[in-house]
Write a protein of this length. Sequence first.
Length: 216
Amino acid sequence: MFKKLRNLARTRLAGNLLYRILRSYSATFRLTVVNENQWLNDLAQGRRVLLCVWHQQFFSVIRHFKKYEKYHPSLMISKSLDGEIITNIAKRSGWYAVRGSSSRDGGIALKEMAARLKQYGLAGHVLDGPRGPAGVVKPGIISLAHATDAVIVPIFIKAEKAWYFNSWDRFMLPKPFSRVSMNFGEMIKLPPLQLETDFENQRLMLDAIMQPYLKS
């Protein structure tokens, strides 16, 4: 039964309906956006920007991310059934879905992400998606930032009141009418890789920046 419902959610009609429901629900949030103008100004001046967020917190950004549609942004989404559902939502939010993940066609997807980021200047990345482990930055974002000379901009979501699901990522769903803050961190420009250990050190550095904002 559950599989049939998930297959139904893949259809265009269901995708439109689901997107409208999510946007309507998200509209109840009392959203505060912090430190957005800095990277938007740099983007307008031709700098490439790579936004990143934990899988746990990405629901909260869906409605606001419609604002960036004019930049033709990209987002890597897995080729799973759940990924198909998320793709429908991303497309209606104005984001281009690049299909692939660390476990399936990841290299091909990263190349497409890099090409689009170079062309349009903006992309998003779910740091520990699509299946975790939760709270561990995967290496893809470091590779992508170096391949495109993009700055990384972390996103931290806080909700006054929220439900946390019993899922691998402890998925967060803010409660209706809750105060939600979307904080953009300082832009991170990775230095060139010189030593064999630099890549892993940069991944660990981003891990350390993001970890304090993850709900366990």
